[in-house]
Design a protein around this ligand. Sequence first.
Ligand SMILES: Nc1ncnc2c1ncn2[C@@H]1O[C@H](COP(=O)(O)OP(=O)(O)OP(=O)(O)O)[C@@H](O)[C@H]1O
Ligand SMILES: [Mg+2]
Length: 298
Amino acid sequence: MICTVTLNPAFDYVVFADKFLLGEINRSYREELHAGGKGINVSAVLKGLGVETCASGFVGGCTGEMFCKVLTETGIGHDFIQVQGMTRINVKVRSDQETDLNGTGIMPTLADLSKLAHKLRGLPQNSWVVMAGSVPRSLPADAYALLISQTGRDDLCYIADTSGEPLRAVLKEKPWLVKPNREELSDLYGIRIFDKVEAYRYAERLLEDGAQNAVVSLGGEGAVFVSASGQKLSVPAFSGKVVDTVGAGDALLAAFLAAKSEGKSDSDALKFGVAAGCATAFCTGLASKEEICALLSR
Ligand SMILES: Nc1ncnc2c1ncn2[C@@H]1O[C@H](COP(=O)(O)OP(=O)(O)OP(=O)(O)O)[C@@H](O)[C@H]1O
Ligand SMILES: [Mg+2]
């Protein structure tokens, strides 16, 4: 079982309009509603790959109830905690220009975080827990680290895809895997990563600072992997026409974990992950299993 944790998920309400004028009544010709958030994306790709997954975290209010309903309809298993406030709806206007208005959303408390830890304590033996995305302002920056220590189960395998202080803090809890992208790794160490050599160097720094393994995604240049045993791997990106890179990193992580959970080698898992990231960048939304496999077999 791969459980994902999203602390402040969101609906993305995408409205398409011929024109969009500020201060006017505008009309859309099409609307879409997507249940979003980094952990949700990971669960969605895992589900597409046929891996058992459960999305967890916090939701609030009637939008939170609707959020869970949408996940049910999509076939994604979920077990969220209801907290004060309302799950946010991010409005994305698609017209001649792109305008986004992202909400603040729920404000989970430390007591809510303890409830989440309690829930994780009930996971089946040897489950994996993916903590993805930023930490809401209402929680301390080390919320993911706290979640691991409060859960207090050594058999669980923790994976963190976050940045800044939440990433720095979670390293102390020795997560099995971290997956920063180039910018997130650069920001963490106050440097600039230009090439693969630098990516390896700072991925190793992540290991010195506590991570057991690290994947660093490099956008159009693929990804590198370093492990505690000193193994270093890199996979270049597949060629194709980029349509939309949103969620590419989440797809990479999901596919890497799907492969590892099936006992594949690090090298095969990294290749599968990069294929999933690329397939996602080459389509709208998240890539399906068919799209990923088509790219791999090319
Ligand atoms: N421009 C691109 N061309 C080809 N492949 C890409 C491109 N951008 C991303 N990818 C693929 O997606 C993977 C993850 O990309 P990236 O490093 O941008 O992740 P990220 O910034 O974490 O993304 P996310 O928006 O999901 O957080 C890359 O390793 C690569 O396989
Ligand atoms: Mg990312």
